[in-house]
Structure formats: structure tokens, C-alpha cells
Design a protein around this ligand. Structure first.
Ligand SMILES: *[C@@H]1O[C@H](CO)[C@@H](O)[C@H](O)[C@H]1NC(C)=O
Ligand SMILES: *[C@@H]1O[C@H](CO)[C@@H](O)[C@H](O)[C@H]1NC(C)=O
Ligand SMILES: *[C@@H]1O[C@H](CO)[C@@H](O)[C@H](O)[C@H]1NC(C)=O
Ligand SMILES: *[C@@H]1O[C@H](CO)[C@@H](O)[C@H](O)[C@H]1NC(C)=O
Ligand SMILES: *[C@@H]1O[C@H](CO)[C@@H](O)[C@H](O)[C@H]1NC(C)=O
Ligand SMILES: *[C@@H]1O[C@H](CO)[C@@H](O)[C@H](O)[C@H]1NC(C)=O
Ligand SMILES: *[C@@H]1O[C@H](CO)[C@@H](O)[C@H](O)[C@H]1NC(C)=O
Ligand SMILES: *[C@@H]1O[C@H](CO)[C@@H](O)[C@H](O)[C@H]1NC(C)=O
Ligand SMILES: *[C@@H]1O[C@H](CO)[C@@H](O)[C@H](O)[C@H]1NC(C)=O
Ligand SMILES: *[C@@H]1O[C@H](CO)[C@@H](O)[C@H](O)[C@H]1NC(C)=O
Ligand SMILES: *[C@@H]1O[C@H](CO)[C@@H](O)[C@H](O)[C@H]1NC(C)=O
Ligand SMILES: *[C@@H]1O[C@H](CO)[C@@H](O)[C@H](O)[C@H]1NC(C)=O
Length: 797
């Protein structure tokens, strides 16, 4: 709703712009438009707590809803079981991290420690409705016990400020317990100590990653301030005592979930009703957890730590500027919140990696690259190229020491591979976009070639399977004979198209590094998608939006189909695993089908390297555009999974850039809004956020290529200032229309010169410049000529 005050503002800025004046400095606080609670219900799994950009410490409240606690918190009516210091955001596997939660109580009934509540089940408490507050670097919630909890963070340390009520029905003698547990209840061994003179609690545990193999050890160190210590002790199950002061638990191999156990401290009444708790974390040792905490937060100064965290976020977001004249608040909040969420992970664990000695940076929570390669890394490259550079170096260092690049990695462990070796795409994208500082690209190249050439023993957690068939037959046979490694024998179609694109990306790096023979070899392999294309395959589709409950002929012919070792094609209904037909039957398992988390309808379009040939193969531009429109309008495509992003913009290759703009608005904001359930699918470390932000910025990056597809921004003007060169790239809409009816580019100029290509290269962002788009209400001929289309391998552009 517009207040008279905002109406006035909008009006005055409009009159300014009609006279050609621009507002010099607007009174704008980006935090007014970042809502960390978006996506904390309905499967978004977003972590809404306090974190620095890419920080390791992530402080938040944890709830007990098993379906929604992946990121710790959920905006629903579930109970809060504690506050913990490490999280992942938006993940779809089992709940992640959430180690060593603490839980505060005002006092124990009858002043008997055993009357306090110790287990997660017993202590789970409702929140006070309306008490949740979140902004970058800060999270707060009140428990129904009237304890108000606030939190902020530094890089490896969480700082909590608890305000206790004066509740005469309980002794005013707060008890805080620390629990040797995590969100997925994965602890095996664990150990905890409490110092009876200082109250310091230290501990460690062995835990399992949430979507991968192996275990990891984590350590913590907690200190308290604000009240005098009264007593200390340990608990196990729901019993507690002042002795012993430490526990050491060796996993018995039986208990699941593990036995609730931990330590507690009890205080006299706090002097000003507040107790501060500082929790350092480390993957190295409890000593390092303590020194991280002491070094980063020496004096428990909540206000100053919060201020630093807010400053870091404002600085990170400052390279992005928009003119918000006439843009509704909802759109602005989706935009900025998406940019924020794209900088929560990967997490900077530099100096915290116990697995190998190295001077290189170490980032973790690449969760997962299959999700993040498409838009998260391209957005980080634009907003924070230094961090992207450190991530590339860390990926290459993981290759050095683990023997392969990860496709998914969390908590120092290998995560599951969903399709191709898509780190190849991330490396190529960065290689083409001036990510160079300290990057050993020859080793980076060796790493991507290893993906393409050397099958690992377990290709479920790295590299690729079926490489022998890939090299000899040129596709992954649906009945592959692959005795060279083990992995999940499914997804033959989606793996084939992803491997083909991965090989194209390798050929790009080979070209840059002058490895000419390799360039040709991988370019040739990038055509392998053709080998699973069955030209006469038709598709009957049930229950489309146009024909509910009815089976109709889609009218389109030619789809990717399963293919056997002997060359014969099999059959998978092209609509299988779309929302219209057995949507959820293409997950990661051996009974799975040949397309991962999506239909052949969708995967048939995944040829980003050679869309020109695909367009011809599918019957030419008109049929192609009609098919792509049908994909979006029939109900066959689910925008909440990352493979759906690129098809929104592929009309550019069919010579209809206006339809890309149309379909961008078709999904945003209808499928992405500012409510807690405002994300279509799991956010996957910010993938959905990066999709909306990039789509609204107007230049969609084709990840793995030096190509951005031009659509109009959702703002009158968007600026990005390069942190590498200091130059500002401006995309400006002329005839901007806040109701988004005039979203079709009529003409464009780049630095005053007519510009007809419907795409632009990354040099625009590095060199800066002004791309002016004149908009209208109807599609025009702008960007539609053959010479204006984005590059494809077959056209040699
Ligand atoms: C608090 O919210 C929950 C969940 O929305 C609801 O069930 C409950 O009735 C609310 N309580 C109050 C006091 O409003
Ligand atoms: C707080 O919530 C828990 C869980 O719903 C409930 O068992 C407990 O009685 C509530 N306590 C208060 C003080 O309302
Ligand atoms: C936190 O980490 C970032 C990135 O690694 C670094 O630039 C920054 O200096 C660190 N902050 C502090 C206070 O150490
Ligand atoms: C509790 O009482 C103390 C002492 O009277 C007072 O300083 C404090 O502000 C009170 N706290 C709350 C939350 O009311
Ligand atoms: C005091 O604590 C008791 C027990 O937890 C709870 O039932 C009661 O609602 C609390 N009163 C206030 C004013 O918070
Ligand atoms: C747990 O500790 C025991 C005894 O020290 C050790 O043998 C075992 O390997 C440990 N288990 C894990 C998973 O670390
Ligand atoms: C955890 O801490 C205990 C006690 O300090 C120590 O004996 C044990 O080795 C530690 N475990 C790990 C995995 O570091
Ligand atoms: C974008 O940058 C240009 C050139 O630096 C500047 O004139 C303009 O005001 C900026 N626009 C916004 C929305 O900040
Ligand atoms: C088509 O979809 C409708 C609605 O989901 C379903 O009831 C019907 O059985 C389906 N028909 C076929 C032939 O699959
Ligand atoms: C090829 O193999 C498939 C799967 O085993 C089989 O169904 C098909 O009949 C074979 N085709 C030929 C021509 O042998
Ligand atoms: C579709 O799902 C139904 C119900 O789970 C199952 O019986 C059928 O086999 C599935 N079809 C395919 C092709 O997976
Ligand atoms: C590439 O980035 C470096 C900083 O990392 C910068 O100095 C240089 O100007 C950039 N190169 C181009 C071509 O923009």
C-alpha cells in the first residue's frame, strides 16, 4: 500500500526525470529491502540467521520440524530446540550442520537442576509470535519462556545476547546447556568439558555431512558474560548433575539418534537481565575455536560486532545500484534479498582445513555445484570477483589434494554428484571473465581434463561415470557396461547432455591456454548430445494447463531418448518427471529414470554450446520458439529447480528476445515473492535468489560462456561497478514502465552507438559503459536477425 508520503516521493522523482535531471543521492538503505526470512517455509530451507558474506559462523535458531529444518529455522509453528552456530542454506538433503546448540532457561523449577529441561524433545519451546527479526548480520526471536535471544557473528564466532524476563514464578538463576548434537542427529563420538571457575565450555564431536560420504570433526569454545557463575555440570538424557565436569562419549554403534548429552552452566541473577554467549568454532581444535573467539570478539561488545557485520554486508552490496523510481517495494525486496542470499555460501574455511596443509584458500559448502554453476557463481563473479577468485583457487586446491574437483561438497566431505562434472563450467566461466589473480590455470585445466578422461572409483561423489562409453560410443548408454568405477546407473540422458556441455567448457579453456588438439577433441565431444536425439519421437502430454485431465498431442517431434549399448533407442515418455507426469520419480537413486529431476522435454533443450544446431534440429526458429513457449505455458516446467532457469531466456536463440523478457515476467514475481514461502523450490545456497536478481538486472549470463542475453532490467536503471577495474556498467531503460507492459526492446545503444546484438560480453562489466534500451509494448525486430543471435559452436560466431 502506498502512503501519501511515498506517493509524493514517486511523483517528485518522476517530474525530475522528465526534465532530464537525475537524482544525485537518494536516501536509500539497502537493508530496508533485504528480508532474510524469504524462503523459510514451504521447502525453501533458507538459513535466515546471522552470517557474514561467505562466513563460517552462522548463528540461528533451530526448530523441530523435520521437513523444514534443513537451514535450522522455519517460519511455521514448530518449536525451537536451541541456537547453533553453523548452518547451510537452502539445501535439499537432510538437515545440515546445526552443531552444538545451546538452550537457555530462566531458572529450574524448585531451583533443582534436574527440574530444568535437557533433551531436545523436552526443552522444545514455542516462539512468541511476531518476535522474529532478521536483517543481514542479525537475527532475533523470543521463546515462550519470555527469553529474548539476539545473535550476530564474526567470521568464525557467534555472539548471542540473551535477555531474561523477571519471572517471579521461577528462581532468577539462568541455566544454559550446550548439547553435543547437530540438526541431522549424526553425532557419533563426542566430548565436552566445562571449567568450574570460568564457566567456559569446550567440546568436539564427529558428525556426518548432510548430502555426502564420510565424517567430519568439529570443535567449539563457549564463554559467558553478564552474570556470576553459580554452578556447572554435565547432563545425559534428561538427568543432570554438578559432577562430572566433562563427558566423553564413544559411539556404541547402536543409538540412533545419539544419546542426548552435554554440559551446563548456571548463573546468579544477571546484573542487567542479560547474558552474552560467545561461541567460537573450528575444524582444527578446541584451542583454535577458543583463539578464533578471543581474537575476533575480545570484549563481548554486541553492538560493535553487529555494526561490523552490517558494514561488511552494506559494502558487499554496494557495487550494485538501482534507480528504483516507480518500482514496487515487493520487486525491490525480491531483488536485494536474492543478491544477499547468493553470498551466504560457499563458506570460507581458510585456515580451518585439517585435511591438508596449503597456503591456498579453502572454501567449502559448494552445495551443490550442479545447482550453483548456473547463476550463483556468475552473480558472485559480478558482485564480488575477489571471492569468486578465492573460490576458484580453492576448487583447484581441492583437486590437488583430493584428486578431483568436487561437484558437491559440504563439511569437509565429498557430496553426491547429480549429473555432469559441472565444476568444469564454473572454471570455464571464471576463466573467460578475468578471474586470474593467483589462479594456477594450468592446474585448473589439468583438473577439468581429469574429469573428462579419468573415471574415479566412485563417480557418485566426483568426476564422471561411463567414460569408456563416452569416448567410444559418444553417449552414456542406458544399459551401460562400466566396470571401471561404481556409481548410480541412471540419468543416462541428462548425464550425456551435461557431459557434452562440460566438454565444451573444457575446449574453451584449452583454446585460451593454447592446447589446440585438446580444443578440437573436446569441441568434437561437445556434439555428443546428438547421439541421444531421436528425431521421430513424439510426445502426448496429459493434463496441460490448456487441457486439464486430458491427454493431448503436444504436436512437437524429436526428443532425447534412452539409447542402448547396441545403438537401439529405448523409450521414456518425454513428459515423465515434469510436473505433469510422475514429477518426483527422477531423484538420485538406482531405480531412477534417464533424466535427473526433470523431463526429456526440458533436457532436450540443454545444448547451450550449440543452440543454432538445436534450433535447426527441432525444426527451425518458429517451431523452436513455439516448443519453448509450450514448455513454459503447458505446465511441463517447474521453475523451482535450477535447470529451468536457462530455458526462460533461450528465445534469444530463436530470434525472439522479447519472449525471454515475457517469460522472465511470467515467473517473477508470480513464483518468487517476499513471503516466507516466496521461493518456488529449495533455495540451494541462494540459487533461486541469484536467478531472480540476475533476471531483474536484465542480462542473463549463459554460464560457461562469455555471453549475457539482453532483456530489460526490472528497474529504470541498474549499475554494477567492477571491483576489479572500478568501472561502472549501466543498463538503462528508456520508456521504463513499472507495470511491466512495456518490456520489449525496440532499439538499443551501447555508449551512444546503435547496438543490435541481443547479447553482450563480460567486457561490458569490466570496461564499464552505458547500454540504453528503448522499450515498447510490442515485440520489435531488434535483436532478431541471424547476425544478432548469441554465439553457437556451429555458426562459428
Ligand atoms: C502463533 O502462531 C501459531 C502458528 O501460526 C498459531 O498456531 C498460534 O495460534 C499463534 N499464537 C498466538 C497467541 O497468536
Ligand atoms: C512453551 O512451548 C512448549 C512447546 O510447545 C510448551 O510445552 C510449554 O508449555 C510452553 N511454555 C510456556 C511457558 O508457555
Ligand atoms: C573475515 O573474512 C574475510 C574474508 O575471508 C576477510 O576479508 C576479513 O578480513 C575477515 N574479518 C576479520 C575481522 O577477520
Ligand atoms: C528485571 O529487573 C531488573 C532489576 O529490577 C531490571 O534492571 C531489569 O530491567 C528487569 N528486566 C526486565 C526484562 O524487565
Ligand atoms: C514465568 O514462567 C512460567 C514457567 O515457565 C510461565 O508459565 C509463565 O508464563 C512465565 N511468566 C511470565 C510473565 O513470563
Ligand atoms: C570414536 O572413538 C573411538 C575410540 O577413540 C575410535 O576407535 C573410533 O574410531 C572413533 N569413531 C569415529 C567415527 O571417529
Ligand atoms: C575431542 O576432545 C577430546 C578431549 O579434549 C580429545 O581427547 C579428543 O581427541 C578430541 N577428538 C577429536 C576428534 O579431536
Ligand atoms: C549509475 O552510474 C552512473 C555513472 O557513474 C551515474 O551517473 C548514475 O547516477 C548511476 N545510477 C544509479 C541508479 O546509481
Ligand atoms: C491424466 O491426468 C489426470 C489428472 O492428474 C489423471 O486423473 C488421469 O489418470 C491421467 N490420465 C492418463 C491417461 O494418464
Ligand atoms: C538392443 O538392446 C536392447 C536392450 O538390451 C534390446 O531391447 C534390443 O532389442 C537390442 N536391439 C537389437 C537390435 O539387438
Ligand atoms: C508413475 O508413478 C506410478 C505411481 O507411483 C507408478 O506406478 C508408475 O510406474 C510410474 N511410471 C513411471 C514411468 O515411472
Ligand atoms: C582483470 O582484473 C584485474 C584485477 O584482478 C584488473 O587489474 C584488470 O584490469 C582486469 N582486466 C580487464 C581486462 O579488465
Amino acid at each position: 500500500m502506498l502512503t501519501p508520503f511515498t506517493l509524493l516521493l514517486v511523483f517528485s522523482s518522476l517530474s525530475l526525470s522528465t526534465t532530464g535531471l537525475r537524482i544525485e543521492k537518494r536516501d536509500f538503505d539497502v537493508f530496508n529491502y533485504v528480508d532474510p526470512l524469504i524462503g523459510t517455509a514451504n521447502g525453501g530451507h533458507v538459513f535466515p540467521g546471522a552470517t557474514l558474506p561467505f562466513g563460517m559462523a552462522k548463528a540461528g535458531a533451530d526448530v523441530n520440524n523435520p521437513d523444514e529444518k534443513q537451514g535450522g529455522f522455519a517460519s511455521d509453528s514448530s518449536d525451537i530446540t536451541g541456537f547453533s552456530h553453523m548452518h547451510d542454506s537452502g539445501t535439499g538433503g537432510s538437515p545440515s550442520l546445526g552443531n552444538f546448540p545451546f538452550f537457555p532457561q530462566t531458572g529450574c523449577p524448585g531451583d533443582l537442576v534436574n527440574n530444568c529441561l535437557f533433551t531436545k524433545t523436552d526443552r522444545a519451546s514455542r516462539r512468541i509470535n511476531g518476535s522474529v527479526k532478521a536483517h543481514p548480520g542479525y537475527f532475533a526471536v523470543s521463546l515462550n519462556t519470555s527469553i529474548h535471544a539476539e545473535m550476530t557473528v564474526s567470521n568464525h564466532t557467534a555472539l548471542y545476547r540473551l535477555t531474561f524476563p523477571n519471572n517471579s514464578s521461577l528462581p532468577n538463576s539462568p541455566l544454559v546447556l550446550f548439547d553435543l548434537t547437530d540438526l541431522p542427529e549424526s553425532r557419533t563420538n563426542g566430548s565436552i568439558q566445562v571449567d568450574p571457575t570460568t564457566g567456559r565450555i569446550t567440546g568436539n564431536g564427529t558428525f556426518a555431512p548432510s548430502f555426502g560420504i564420510g565424517t567430519y570433526d568439529l570443535h567449539f569454545c563457549a564463554d559467558f558474560s553478564g552474570a556470576n557463575l553459580r554452578d556447572t555440570g554435565a547432563f545425559m538424557n534428561n538427568r543432570a548433575g554438578s559432577q562430572p565436569k566433562n563427558l566423553s562419549i564413544v559411539y556404541d554403534g547402536v543409538d540412533s539418534p545419539p544419546v542426548p548429552a552435554g554440559a551446563w552452566v548456571q548463573f546468579q541473577a544477571p546484573t542487567n537481565s542479560q547474558i552474552l554467549i560467545r561461541v567460537g568454532v573450528s575444524f582444527i581444535s578446541t584451542a583454535q575455536a577458543c583463539s578464533n573467539a578471543e581474537g575476533e570478539i575480545p570484549d563481548f561488545d554486541f553492538a560493535s560486532i553487529l555494526q561490523s557485520a552490517e558494514d561488511v554486508w552494506r559494502d558487499k552490496l554496494s557495487v550494485l545500484e538501482v534507480d528504483n523510481t516507480g518500482v514496487n517495494e515487493e520487486i525491490q525486496t525480491v531483488f536485494w534479498s536474492g543478491a544477499y542470499r547468493a553470498m551466504i555460501s560457499p563458506q570460507d574455511y581458510t585456515g580451518e582445513n585439517p585435511l591438508w596443509q596449503s597456503d591456498e584458500p579453502y572454501y567449502d559448502s559448494y552445495y551443490c555445484i550442479w545447482d550453483s554453476f548456473r547463476s550463483i557463481h556468475p552473480l558472485i563473479t559480478l558482485l564480488d570477483p575477489e571471492s569468486q577468485t578465492l573460490m576458484i583457487r580453492s576448487l583447484i586446491d581441492i583437486y590437488r589434494h583430493e584428486g578431483k574437483l568436487p561437484d558437491c561438497r559440504m563439511s569437509l566431505c565429498k557430496g553426491f554428484t547429480q549429473g555432469g562434472s559441472n565444476a568444469d563450467v564454473v572454471l570455464a566461466d571464471s576463466y573467460l571473465k578475468n578471474i586470474t589473480e593467483g589462479v594456477d590455470w594450468e592446474t585448473g585445466y589439468e583438473a577439468v581434463v581429469s574429469n573428462a578422461e579419468d573415471e574415479p572409483k566412485n563417480w557418485d561423489v566426483e568426476g564422471r561415470g561411463g567414460l569408456m562409453s563416452w569416448k567410444t560410443l559418444g553417449y552414456i548408454p542406458t544399459d551401460d557396461f562400466d566396470p571401471y568405477g561404481t556409481g548410480t546407473f541412471s540419468r543416462s540422458i541428462s548425464r550425456t547432455v551435461e557431459y557434452a556441455y562440460n566438454d565444451f567448457c573444457i575446449s574453451e579453456i584449452a583454446q585460451g591456454l593454447g592446447h589446440t588438439l585438446d580444443e578440437e577433441k573436446y569441441m568434437a565431444r561437445s556434439e555428443n548430445w546428438k547421439n541421444m536425439y531421436k528425431a521421430d519421437q513424439t510426445s502426448m502430454v496429459n493434463n496441460t494447463n490448456a487441457s486439464p485431465g486430458k491427454v493431448t498431442d503436444s504436436g512437437f517431434t524429436g526428443f532425447l531418448q534412452p539409447r542402448y549399448l547396441n545403438g537401439t533407442f529405448g523409450f521414456q515418455d518425454p513428459s515423465l518427471c515434469s510436473p505433469l507426469y510422475n514429477f518426483t520419480s527422477c531423484y538420485l537413486n538406482t531405480n531412477g529414470h534417464e533424466t535427473y529431476e526433470g523431463s526429456s522435454w526440458m533436457y532436450t533443450l540443454f545444448v547451450p554450446q550449440d543452440m543454432a544446431t538445436l534450433v535447426t534440429t527441432l525444426g527451425g526458429p518458429e517451431t523452436f520458439n513455439a516448443r519453448l513457449s509450450y514448455l513454459h505455458t503447458s505446465g511441463l516446467l517447474y521453475i523451482g529447480d535450477e535447470q529451468a532457469f536457462l530455458p526462460v531466456f533461450q528465445f534469444h536463440y530463436g530470434g525472439r528476445p522479447g519472449l525471454s523478457a515475457y517469460f522472465s515476467h511470467f515467473y517473477i514475481p508470480s513464483q518468487f515473492n517476499t513471503s516466507t514461502n516466496g521461493i518456488a523450490g529449495n533455495d540451494d545456497s541462494g540459487a533461486m535468489g541469484s536467478f531472480t536478481t540476475l533476471a531483474m538486472m536484465g542480462l542473463w549470463p549463459v554460464s560457461g560462456q562469455d555471453v549475457y542475453l539482453i532483456t530489460p532490467p526490472y528497474f529504470p536503471e541498474v549499475n554494477i561497478t567492477s571491483r576489479q577495474t572500478g568501472n561502472t556498467a549501466t543498463v538503462r531503460n528508456i520508456n521504463f514502465d513499472g507495470s511491466y507492459e512495456g518490456i520489449y526492446i525496440q532499439s538499443a545503444t551501447l555508449d551512444g552507438v546503435q547496438y543490435t546484438k541481443n547479447w553482450i560480453a563480460h567486457s561490458f562489466y569490466l570496461d564499464g559503459g552505458l547500454l540504453e534500451l528503448t522499450l515498447g509494448r510490442n515485440e520489435s525486430s531488434w535483436g532478431t536477425a541471424q547476425a544478432d543471435l548469441p554465439p553457437s559452436t556451429s555458426t562459428g560466431q
